[in-house]
Design a protein around this ligand. Sequence first.
Ligand code: NDP
Length: 241
Amino acid sequence: MSKKGLIVITGASSGIGEAAAKAFSQAGHPLLLLARRLDRLEALKLPNTICEKVDVTNLDEIKSAVAKAEKKFGPVDCLVNNAGVMLLGVADTQDPKEWEQMVQVNIMGVLNGIHVVLPGMKERRHGTIIDISSVAGRKTYPNHAVYCGTKFAVHAFTEQIREEASSYDVRFITIAPGAVETELLSHTTSKKIVNDYQEWKTTMGQPLQSEDVANSILFAYQQPQRVCIREIVLCATRQDK
Ligand code: NDP
C-alpha cells in the first residue's frame, strides 16, 4: 500500500481535473480518476492510478469505483469534486434540458461524491473534500443564471457540510476560480454567447490556466490537517468582474 493517501478526482479527463491529477501524481499520490471519457484518463498514463468510466450523476458508479480503488490503495484521503458543465443561456429561450444537466452534474454529482466518501472519513476522523465551485458561485453574470445557481448551491452546501464535519476532523474546502482556459465553454450551444465570452476573455490578457487552479487545490490540501482553508477565490489579475 502506498504511504501517501488516495486522491479521487472527478472530471479528470480535461482542464482543471486533468491538471490536478498531474499535480497530485507529481506529489506522489495514488489516484482514482473518474470521467465519462475513459480514453482521455488512460492517455495521461499516470503511475499508481486507476481510471474508471463514471458518470457522476450515477451514485452506484462512483461507489463501485471508490471501493475498487480503496481495495488497492487504502482509504480515500481526499476527494476533488471537480466534474462540471457550463451551458450558458437566457432563461426564456434556453432548453430546460440544459438546466437539468447542469443541476444533475454540478449539484447532484458533487453531493454524490460527498455521500460516498464522507462516512469513511468521519469514521477515520481524517480526510479532505475539495469542491470546485466558481466565482460565479459568489456573484452573478449575464447568461449564467442557472450555472450561477448551481455554483451558489455548491458554496452553500459545502459550507454547511463543513460545519457538520468539523468535529470529525474532516476538512471541506471550496475553490472558486474565475475564467480558466479549458474546454468548459465549448458545450454552450449559443454561438453568440460563446463569441461574447471569448471576447471578454481577451480583455484579460491571459486568463487563468488549469495549472494555476491545480496549484491552489494542492496548496489547500497540503496544509496540516489542523488547518482548513475554507475557500480560495482566484481570478486572472485583469479579470474585471
Ligand atoms: P472541462 O470541460 O475541461 O472539464 C470538465 C470535466 O467534467 C471533464 O473532465 C468532463 O469529463 C467532466 N464531466 C462533465 N460531465 C460529467 C459527468 N456527467 N460525469 C463525469 N464527469 C463529467 O472544464 P473545466 O476544467 O473548466 O471544469 C472543471 C470544473 O471547474 C467545473 O466544475 C467548472 O464548473 C469549474 N470552473 C471552471 C471555470 C472555467 O472558466 N473553466 C471557472 C470556474 C469554475 P467527461 O466529459 O469525460 O465526462
